[in-house]
Ligand binder design. Structure first.
Ligand SMILES: Nc1nc2c(ncn2[C@@H]2O[C@H](COP(=O)(O)OP(=O)(O)OP(=O)(O)O)[C@@H](O)[C@H]2O)c(=O)[nH]1
Ligand SMILES: [Mg+2]
Length: 353
């Protein structure tokens, strides 16, 4: 089997968590599986890729561009993974991305006929987004939520651990009624629930290769993209004396960014903060909305003296405002912990150009 699946879905829906869980599940029971993290930063280390590798998953990254526009690079990566004995490879796309059905699936099929087995085009959604869509409260992001779902052969309602049975059934029914072309499954990537069904759907199913009209590049697309920005920062934090609590530091950093974004009247669909120390211990926190709590995704087990940090943020916020808020948070929080920072990389991107 040389199966390839695109895992799409909005920022914070759980693509990375799901790919990590599936990579582990499939590798333990069925055959070697690998994941690819994709995002737009130029020559950056992605927090998702580093996190997956630190966690022991077979993982790699494609950066500088959406995989939509690098068919050759993607095909080369897939070939080398299949040569190494991997059978199932999954790649995400940037969380605000649409169009991978046309650009990736049809691109691979046309340029490399018969070379790759394409799994059902898979789109993750979390309960909060279903709620927004059900209420018609998607606002300026509604186009993206809807266009992503329109592309799906397989819609995966993730984070079902947050739902009771009644609500889960109601969400599944709503998704089936509104996206009748897609198969709909429920999972909890965090708890590992529903992975068997998802693994089977990807390995046994095939892509429909439908060509839905999602209005790619049109007014609604441009309007939704215009407000979005990304920021990538990589730095080292060294404490001058004794040690410090890496978990508290990451939590304070994410809280400071959240407060800054809130005060500026902006939104942050996803802030990822990953840090690791020379011995291999690591911690990660995630913030998926200014109205939500910061989540500790992985805790440092021991106090730290020297950490490398990757901060990746996707926001509905002008790129320069996002950068100023994050820089302010880095400075104030490092003062609190008496850290000396060395910034290796900082890149801000405005999606609207
Ligand atoms: N409760 C719950 N939380 C989850 C689940 N899956 C993911 N999360 C959390 O949701 C947040 C976002 O998950 P990610 O996997 O990073 O989401 P993503 O889709 O990769 O996000 P982007 O890379 O920004 O597009 C993290 O805090 C995860 O721990 C789940 O099944 N249940
Ligand atoms: Mg991710």
């Amino acid at each position: 089997m040389k199966k390839f699946a695109v895992i799409s879905g909005f920022l914070g829906s759980g693509k990375t968590t799901t790919m990590m869980a599936l990579t582990r599940y499939h590798s333990a029971r069925c055959g070697k599986a690998a994941m690819i993290s994709n995002d737009l930063g130029h020559g950056v280390s992605l927090a998702d890729d580093r996190f997956a590798r630190l966690s022991g998953c077979s993982a790699s990254q494609i950066t500088d561009n959406c995989i939509c526009y690098v068919n050759e690079q993607l095909a080369g990566r897939l070939d080398s993974l299949y040569d190494d004995g991997f059978e199932l490879v999954m790649s995400d796309i940037p969380g605000f991305g649409v169009g991978a059905l046309e650009h990736v699936y049809h691109g691979l099929k046309e340029k490399y006929p018969g070379q790759f087995e394409l799994a059902p085009f898979t789109v993750l959604i979390e309960p909060r987004t279903v709620e927004l869509l059900r209420r018609g409260e998607g606002g300026d992001l509604e186009y993206l939520y809807n266009a992503q779902l329109m592309e799906a052969d397989l819609i995966v309602l993730n984070k079902c651990d947050l739902l009771d049975d009644t609500r889960r059934e109601a969400d599944l029914t709503w998704l089936r009624e509104h996206y009748p072309e897609a198969m709909v499954l429920a999972i909890s990537a965090r708890k590992g629930e529903g992975l068997e069904k998802l693994s089977r759907a990807l390995t046994e199913g095939t892509a429909s290769m439908r060509r839905p009209d999602i209005g790619y590049g049109g007014d609604a697309f441009r309007h939704a993209m215009a407000g979005l920005s990304e920021l990538y920062v990589q730095y080292r934090a060294l404490v001058c004396c004794s040690d410090f609590d890496g978990n508290a530091y990451l939590m304070d950093m994410a809280s400071a960014v959240r407060d800054g974004i809130k005060a500026a009247g902006q939104r942050i669909p996803h802030l990822k903060l990953l840090a690791w120390e020379p011995e291999g211990d690591f911690g990660r926190v995630d913030l998926i909305g200014t109205e939500r709590d910061v989540e500790v995704t992985r805790r440092f087990e021991r106090p730290c003296t020297d950490i490398a940090v990757l901060l990746n943020a996707s926001a509905v916020c002008p790129a320069d405002t996002l950068e100023a808020i994050v820089t302010g948070a880095m400075n104030s929080v490092s003062d609190k912990y008496q850290l000396e920072l060395t910034v290796f990389q900082k890149e801000g991107l405005a999606m609207g150009g």
